[in-house]
Design a protein around this ligand. Structure first.
Ligand code: NDP
Length: 349
């Protein structure tokens, strides 16, 4: 219950009160990263986990020392100990679950893609705003310390006027993830799973949205039924900056990276497109090449810390609902280009 005599947020929570989390989705990403990231925050704990399967929920709760598990979202919505939810179900459920959580006054950290349709993403943002709750999106790459330093350097003009960017985000999809990603034409596929992270990272680093996109995809090496498992994208950003992305589920032994080409130099990020706190940054210019030291932190710890800060009204989450909507709109434009063979003008409503 809210304490008395302390600062409170719009819904009456004490600003110092513990954040009680419900996990919506007994997912791999929750197990691997988020359970720990919530627990390292000194103001947060996990109250319960929702799975559509009683058996899977019980197993997940047991293995992760979560005190309760439920199969009905209503139990979470009605639980006063829960004031934030982390939604990591399959992509087609994000919209309805966010809408329900917002209506019940719960803060929402939602996995990407925010939704499958831009109109749904709009509704989610509006619902959270109306309810006075925080909506954050787990675009983790912008929480990587190397990308944060790269952003700072670009903003201060370390390589002059930006000319072109290349993103390398190809790998071989782990066997454990060979489910909906490669066989669900609605919610799966590389674009909404992985390319959308590249889009968010580019928006974060460059500080604007692309105006036009073109793409070609591959399918059939791993994915089937027309689901894409490889992609090359070309984008034009404001200032006539050309950007290229190579993404894949089917390329082993590849190191993810980014290259930024400017009028006065080049910034190269290596091994920086994963979930790990990794990445080396180099600058090359008239003085030669040097490595820029990076003090890494856990990406998900950072995301949860900023989300806690947002719940307390101190800051924005690392990626907002608007960031999630923009990334989705650009991802869908890329998919449209791949399907039609046309260059698509990006419209972010
Ligand atoms: P999972 O496939 O692990 O989980 C998604 C859902 O699938 C779960 O909610 C679960 O439903 C169901 N499920 C899990 N295991 C089984 C099973 N054995 N049989 C049947 N159903 C099962 O997904 P991910 O963790 O890979 O992804 C979840 C979300 O997180 C996605 O939106 C994805 O895009 C995003 N993601 C984000 C990452 C990031 O770093 N930001 C990284 C990875 C994923 P139920 O809850 O009903 O049990």
């Amino acid at each position: 219950m809210p304490e008395t005599g302390r600062a409170r947020d719009a819904r009456g929570y004490s600003m110092n009160e513990h954040i009680g989390w419900a996990l919506i989705g007994a997912s791999n990403v929750a197990r691997q990263w988020i359970v720990d990231a919530i627990r390292v925050q000194n103001d947060s704990s996990i109250v319960t986990v929702l799975s559509s399967s009683e058996e899977r929920g019980a197993k997940f709760a047991n293995e992760n020392a979560i005190p309760a598990h439920v199969t009905d979202i209503g139990a979470i919505l009605a639980d006063d100990r829960v004031n934030a939810v982390y939604i990591s179900t399959a992509n087609q459920f994000h919209h309805a679950q966010t809408m329900a959580a917002a209506a019940a006054g719960k803060h929402v950290l939602c996995e990407k893609p925010l939704a499958l349709r831009v109109t749904d993403a709009h509704d989610m943002i509006a619902a959270c705003r109306t309810a006075g709750v925080v909506l954050g999106i787990n675009h983790h790459l912008r929480c990587n310390a190397m990308h944060q330093e790269l952003r700072r350097l670009l903003a201060e003009g370390a390589i002059g006027r930006l000319n072109a960017v290349r993103v390398f985000h190809a790998n071989f999809l782990a066997q454990a993830l060979h489910g909906w990603r490669i066989n669900d034409a609605g919610g799966g596929g590389l674009i909404l799973d992985s390319t959308i992270h590249d889009i968010d990272t580019l928006r974060f680093l460059i500080g604007s949205n692309p105006t036009h996109v073109m793409a070609m995809t591959q399918s059939g090496r791993l994915a089937h039924d027309g689901v894409e498992d490889g992609i090359m994208v070309i984008m034009r950003f404001p200032g006539d900056v050309l950007v290229q992305i190579h993404g894949s589920y089917t390329v082993p032994f590849s190191e993810g990276g980014v290259e930024f080409y400017g009028s006065d130099g080049v910034l190269v990020g290596r091994d920086c497109m994963s979930q790990r706190p990794a990445g080396r940054l180099f600058i090359r210019n008239a003085d030669g090449e040097r490595e820029i030291p990076i003090h890494h932190h856990n990406l998900y710890h950072y995301a949860l810390a900023t989300f806690s800060g947002a719940v307390r009204g101190r800051r924005q989450p690392a990626a907002t609902g608007e960031d999630g909507l923009a990334a989705l709109a650009i991802a869908l434009a890329i998919r449209e280009s791949a399907l039609t063979g046309r260059q698509i003008e990006v419209d972010i409503p």
